[in-house]
Design a protein around this ligand. Structure first.
Ligand SMILES: NC(=O)c1ccc[n+]([C@@H]2O[C@H](COP(=O)([O-])OP(=O)(O)OC[C@H]3O[C@@H](n4cnc5c(N)ncnc54)[C@H](OP(=O)(O)O)[C@@H]3O)[C@@H](O)[C@H]2O)c1
Length: 256
């Protein structure tokens, strides 16, 4: 059995990742961690007769992550495990605006969701799978904002740059392991999701470059979450996964 643990599955890329995996002709078990329940995904899982477990968790509650991972390994993962994947996808953009106008709680939440929770999830994932001689992979959904900085997005850029550094650190640690976990950070592109709606809705005073995102949308330059999910899974499950630690260009080799 192939196990996939995915965070932030209530919308956007995370929801599309689950849909794609549910439609796959393989023996898999998809485990979703989300703040809001996505009943549509449970219905699709029933239709395909697929194993689907859903854990409700607000990732700002970073101290609750350990219990959730423990429950997943107690209740869902069993001895017929063939491979296991963790996709740290959940993320928030806010706060948007110059740092002196960012509310403290939004700065703290951003770093908790985008950076601390993937770190804690990775820690417990590795703890629980250390002894397993199977294929183990982690994909961190980062952003081009980690590298290409814009004003008014300092918390977001900082959290994603931190995620890239974290990924590089774990690569170094896992090199020495008997049964290593492979880990990659990826910039998925610019995708039409709730997060992009939020950028476009920012006011000019908070985000002077908002027009760039509005124009990209109006010119049809955004990718769909469905295509992005396909490309991300191609990367995650590909033979070359882990050869590049930070994948800045998410491309596809699919012909259709
Ligand atoms: N869209 C883009 O252009 C783009 C570009 C680069 C990187 N990314 C990255 O892609 C990832 C997915 O984003 P998206 O574009 O698909 O946006 P999205 O539709 O807003 O999805 C974000 C997901 O994260 C979840 N999430 C947010 N706060 C959470 C919390 N406190 N606890 C648990 N889950 C929480 C959301 O759930 P709720 O609905 O419950 O909040 C939602 O399922 C993010 O890491 C984002 O940074 C996106």
């Amino acid at each position: 059995m192939k196990y996939y643990i995915i965070t932030g599955t209530s919308s956007g890329i995370g929801e599309s990742l689950v849909k794609e995996l549910l439609a796959k002709e393989e023996q898999n078990h998809i485990i979703s961690i989300a703040r809001r329940e996505n009943t549509a995904l449970s219905e699709i899982a029933k239709t395909y007769n697929k194993n689907f477990s859903s854990y409700k968790l607000d990732l700002r509650e970073t101290k609750s992550i350990e219990g959730t991972i423990q429950a997943i390994f107690n209740n869902d993962v069993d001895d017929n495990i063939e491979s296991i994947y963790l996709i740290n996808n959940a993320g928030v953009l806010s706060p948007i605006g110059p740092i002196e106008r960012n509310p403290d709680n939004e700065i703290i939440d951003n770093i908790a969701i985008n950076l601390i929770s993937p770190m804690v999830l990775t820690s417990h994932f590795i703890k629980h799978t250390n002894y397993l001689e199977i294929d183990k992979r982690i994909l961190n959904i980062s952003s081009g904002s980690a590298k290409y900085l814009l004003p008014s997005q300092s918390a977001y850029s900082t959290s994603k740059a931190g995620l890239d550094s974290f990924t590089k650190s774990i690569v170094l640690e896992q090199k020495e392991k008997e049964y290593p976990v492979r880990i990659v950070s990826v910039y998925p592109g610019v995708i039409s999701t709730k997060l992009q709606e939020e950028i476009r809705a920012a006011n000019k005073e908070d985000f002077p470059l908002v027009h760039l995102f509005q124009e990209a949308y109006e010119n049809g330059q955004l990718q769909t979450s469905e295509d992005t999910a396909k490309n991300l899974l191609e990367l995650l499950l590909g033979d070359t996964f882990g050869q590049q630690t930070v994948v800045e260009e998410l491309t596809s080799t699919r012909t259709s």
